[in-house]
Design a protein around this ligand. Structure first.
Ligand SMILES: [Zn+2]
Ligand SMILES: [Zn+2]
Length: 104
């Protein structure tokens, strides 16, 4: 747990869609797509990772439709704290992001 880790701080600066004792799902501040964040600073084993992704997929399907999203496991900004994005099919940012259409 690092005080300078943005994901450990878990500030509610965007809409939160789901939370439990394991994780939370909120819109990413940059991408505006749903993002699941493990509450533990570190990387889960594959079994736990699958459980966490199931939470994200529920939110993503409600936002983009069952076939309307893809899971992005790459951690670009904070590589040592597990999180994953659900991105709209064929895209990177949510249309609500000011970066939408400018990049990727
Ligand atoms: Zn962290
Ligand atoms: Zn993001």
């Amino acid at each position: 747990m690092g005080e300078d880790c943005l994901l450990c701080r878990a500030e509610r600066v965007t809409d939160w869609h789901f939370e439990d004792e394991e994780c939370w799902v909120a819109d990413c501040l940059v991408c505006r797509t749903p993002m699941v964040v493990w509450r533990t600073h570190g990387l889960p084993d594959p079994r736990r990772e699958a459980q966490l992704l199931a939470r994200l997929e529920r939110v993503a399907a409600a936002r983009y439709g069952e076939e309307g999203y893809w899971i992005d496991l790459e951690r670009r900004r904070i590589p040592d704290h597990w999180h994953a994005h659900a991105r709209p099919a064929g895209g990177f940012f949510d249309p609500a992001s000011e970066l939408h259409g400018r990049w990727g």
